[in-house]
Write a protein that binds this ligand. Structure first.
Ligand SMILES: [Fe+2]
Ligand SMILES: [Fe+2]
Length: 257
């Protein structure tokens, strides 16, 4: 069992190498064949000037539009959670790395427009991945994951994409709120700000993914949380099922799902 903490730090608790973790279980689902493979890593992707430029712009432009943080903090955290989910569930190293890459790139398209940012992000990622020398087969996995992460229409189509969905929707935390005056909070700011701790617990033996939240109910009620996150939770359930797991939510110690 392991858990991943959504903090404002780029470091995430409970990742690979923790003495508390159990070994990944053998998976029932046959891994998706990725042919031909390449050796392009998350580090290679991070080092690409275009990736760095576009993620920075995406965060800046979303800030102009009043959205919560979608920059390097979010990219790194989603990447690490997606990696951890796949690793803990026993996926092979390459699938796990592609999940991490998908997580890092998933919101880059926001610098073009918030609307359909998963589609623009996938399109832009194609050129960048080709530029790095990634194979078509692996680019297909990453683009399928990125292009399906929005709750309006996205569906898990591969393990990397399923892990990305759960990781992305798990990042609810007060550190994402940019508005400093609480009087100016909208419901998204209020709910995010109310979340003091957010953990995604991966139990590879029970086959469960549990989002554990600590919410200050003085700032936002549990109902408000579900008002804006219900569609995301439905998407998480589908993604967990794709990974042969059950999705659960625990808020302030109470199991709600
Ligand atoms: Fe997104
Ligand atoms: Fe995101």
């Amino acid at each position: 069992m392991s858990r991943v903490e959504a903090t404002d730090s780029h470091e995430v608790a409970g990742l690979v190498g923790s003495a508390k973790e159990t070994k990944p279980v053998e998976r029932a689902r046959t891994p998706e064949p990725i042919q031909p493979g390449s050796t392009i890593s998350l580090s290679d992707v991070r080092a690409h000037d275009g990736v760095q430029t576009f993620i920075a712009l995406a965060d800046r432009y979303l800030g102009e539009l009043g959205y919560t943080e979608h920059g390097f903090r979010h990219a790194n955290l989603v990447s690490k959670i997606a990696y951890n989910v796949l690793h803990r569930l026993g996926f092979d190293d390459r699938t796990t790395e592609l999940g991490a890459i998908s997580g890092y790139l998933h919101d880059m398209g926001n610098f073009v427009s918030r609307t359909m940012h998963s589609q623009t992000g996938a399109t832009i990622s194609y050129d960048l991945m080709r530029d790095l020398g990634m194979s078509y087969g692996e680019i297909g996995v990453v683009l399928g994951a990125i292009g399906n992460h929005e709750e309006d229409f996205g569906r898990p189509v591969n393990p990397a994409g399923a892990a990305l969905i759960v990781a992305d929707k798990s990042d609810v935390h007060r550190s994402r709120v940019r508005v400093s005056d609480p009087a100016l909070f909208d419901i998204h700011d209020r709910v995010n700000y109310a979340v003091e701790h957010s953990f995604l617990r991966v139990d590879s033996e029970a086959h469960t993914l549990t989002l554990e939240l600590t919410i200050d109910t003085e700032l936002a009620g549990v109902m408000e949380y579900f008002e804006i996150f219900l569609s995301r939770m439905v998407m998480c359930r589908r993604a967990a099922e794709f990974l042969d797991c059950q999705f659960k939510i625990d808020i302030n110690g109470s199991k709600l799902l």
